[in-house]
Design a protein around this ligand. Structure first.
Ligand code: ADP
Ligand code: MG
Length: 235
């Protein structure tokens, strides 16, 4: 069951690219300990919503709140400091730094001062073996995705935003990712996943938000929402 108060809230977000409306009044609440998935066809506005939550895009209208404080105009790096962390659809690791060094950078960019966070995060993602000392350049995609996730988690985020985290992963890697996200949620992290892979969403999410054409058209537990999508019954 969801606790009473959301940690991150979006209220009536509108976003435009030139004359094109990409978000048309989107609202969303993220709760501690809950995994929320945003699904929908290409071009629905999922990444645009993600950018508004992460702070890399300023909505034309509407608000984003953290613990009831308005953070709509706060830039991304300031949100990261407050515990709103995101990964990038295009991987964002420092190629010349080792795996462990990348994770250390993440610890410094996040919420302050947990010296154990780097080691704990390397262990959580299975990066505490010899690979920790290897430069990120040239590592396979699956490993790089874990490095990126570790980099973000080392900052001890309270809200974790992931845009298509399963892209490029094999079945075993997707299963491992799901286990990590569930463990984080069990620890109280609010998790938002934008995802194409409906099988992953079905096994992972507590709440599914369905977007089309810049709006959320259905939301609820995956067994209800995803079944409606598959049978074409509508929301
Ligand atoms: P999704 O992530 O659901 O595929 P996006 O949020 O990336 O959707 O895009 C929503 C719509 O906005 C799409 O029609 C896309 O073409 C358009 N769009 C996204 N980014 C830009 C941009 N930088 N400039 C112009 N149009 C954009
Ligand atoms: Mg997208």
């Amino acid at each position: 069951a969801a606790p009473a108060s959301p940690v991150l809230t979006a209220h009536r977000l509108h976003a435009r690219y030139g004359g094109f409306t990409a978000l048309d009044g989107v609202g969303l609440d993220l709760f501690p300990g809950q995994i929320t998935a945003v699904v929908g066809p290409n071009g629905a506005g999922k990444s645009t919503l993600f950018h508004c939550l992460a702070g890399s895009l300023r909505p034309a209208r509407g608000t984003v709140g953290l613990d009831g404080q308005d953070i709509t105009t706060l830039p991304a790096h300031a949100r990261t400091r407050l515990g709103v962390a995101r990964t990038f659809q295009q991987l964002a690791v420092f190629p010349s730094l080792t795996v462990a060094e990348n994770v250390r950078v993440g610890a410094e960019q996040g919420r302050a001062g947990d010296p154990g966070a780097v080691e704990r995060t390397l262990r959580l993602l299975g990066l505490d073996g010899p690979v920790r000392a290897v430069p990120a350049a040239g590592l396979p995609t699956g490993t790089l995705r874990r490095v990126e996730l570790a980099r973000v988690l080392a900052g001890a985020p309270r809200v974790l935003l992931l845009d298509e985290p399963a892209a490029g992963l094999d079945t075993a890697e997707v299963a491992a990712l799901a286990r990590v996200l569930k463990a984080l949620a069990a620890d109280g992290t609010a998790v938002l996943v934008v995802e194409h892979d409906l099988d992953l969403v079905a096994g992972l999410a507590d709440v599914v938000q369905v977007m089309t054409a810049g709006r959320i058209i259905a939301s609820g537990p995956p067994e209800r929402v995803l079944d409606a999508l598959e049978t074409g019954a509508g929301p």
